[in-house]
Design a protein around this ligand. Structure first.
Ligand code: ZN
Length: 115
């Protein structure tokens, strides 16, 4: 499962951060782009599976808080930056079908909540 390797990579970053800063990790806030091929639900399932492979007990009760980014576009005609929930071409500013995608494959750790 693809999401398991994503979860494991994520866990490695959290692990590194925990070892540097100490404390018990409660929650990890994550923001992902809609085009990165990571399914938030599958990631939630994969997370506990990744956790059991961790040798760091300070991570054992850590939960994920996943947020999906809206899709971002830039208009090639007028330069407008547009956010939308689905793929679209029409620019809401100049009404031409000139939108191009801007990003969408992000995978960002927003915060790590430590106790
Ligand atoms: Zn436009």
């Amino acid at each position: 499962m693809h999401e398991l390797s994503v979860a494991q990579a994520l866990l490695e970053s959290v692990d590194r951060c925990q070892r540097e800063n100490g404390g018990k990790v409660r929650k990890v806030g994550l923001t992902i782009g809609r085009l990165g091929g990571v399914d938030p639900e599958a990631l939630h399932y994969a997370w506990p599976a990744a956790l059991v492979t961790s040798s760091n007990p300070a991570l054992a009760e850590c939960v994920l808080d996943v947020k999906l980014l809206p899709l971002s576009f830039i208009c090639r005609e007028c330069g407008a930056k547009v956010k939308a929930e689905k793929l679209t071409l029409e620019c809401p500013t100049c009404h031409r079908e000139t939108l191009v995608r801007d990003g969408g494959r992000e995978l960002i750790i927003n915060y790590i909540e430590v106790e």
